[in-house]
Write a protein that binds this ligand. Structure first.
Ligand code: ADP
Ligand code: MG
Length: 215
């Protein structure tokens, strides 16, 4: 059990994500109000609540990839703004990366995280340091890969990813934005954390926490 994570983990991750995004709805709105249009908390809360409902329609035989795919299509169809298509693409690419596997070990988790990050880049063309969610995802992917190299368990791989994503989100604060709405602000974006980097860190922490509960 400790060496791989199955659909029970994937479902628990989405449930925990919906919960943490509901809890952080106002905080994410506040961040987005500072350097965007104030809708990020609302967008994410609505998208994951919708995903929760669609999760119930999945058969008991659903794989982690099936869970990711339902989340992807739900986010793409229900979440407006930049974040919906970006997170939707991330979950879609993660779904394709894990294929029909019933359980995910550390290397499979790294493949999924890498595919998710690459999907966001493909869609949004952001580079590291542009003050976007990529500044959480790329350190997370790198830390997860390093953890696998060191022989870490899936839970520890996800913990490394979440720790790095949190540091990455914090590190967006001094940056000027070069993508998305915040880029219109120029130097006025300095001193504010990127909302998408923050929501990414919350999602990855939720993935880690439910892996700890599952193993
Ligand atoms: P919108 O900007 O359309 O209001 P949201 O507020 O939901 O959408 O999401 C904003 C977040 O989306 C930003 O904080 C940033 O992390 C992310 N984002 C915006 N544009 C890009 C991009 N081109 N690449 C990666 N992430 C982006
Ligand atoms: Mg916004």
């Amino acid at each position: 059990m400790g060496e791989s994570l199955g659909a029970d983990w994937a479902r628990a991750w989405i449930i925990a994500s919906a919960e943490v995004l509901a809890d952080n709805r106002v905080a994410l709105i506040t961040l987005d109000r500072e350097i965007g249009d104030g809708d990020h908390g609302e967008n994410m809360d609505r998208g994951f609540q919708a995903a929760l409902i669609r999760l119930d329609d999945l058969p008991d035989t659903a794989t982690p990839g099936d869970v990711f795919k339902v989340v992807a299509t739900t986010l793409i169809s229900t979440v407006g703004g930049a974040a919906g298509p970006l997170y939707g693409t991330a979950f879609l690419k993660a779904s394709l990366a894990v294929g029909a596997a019933e359980r995910l070990d550390g290397p499979a988790l790294v493949l999924a995280l890498t595919a998710a990050r690459d999907g966001i880049v493909l869609r949004g063309k952001a580079e590291s340091g542009d003050k976007t969610m990529i500044d959480a995802w790329t350190p997370a992917v790198d830390a997860a890969a390093a953890a696998v190299e060191a022989g870490a368990s899936p839970h520890d791989v996800l913990r490394a990813a979440a720790d790095a994503a949190e540091r990455g989100a914090e590190a967006t604060e001094p940056l000027v934005a070069r993508k998305g709405r915040a880029s219109y602000l120029g130097e006025r974006a300095i001193g504010h954390r990127d909302p998408g980097a923050q929501s990414s860190a919350l999602l990855l922490r939720a993935a880690e926490q439910v892996a700890g509960a599952a193993s």
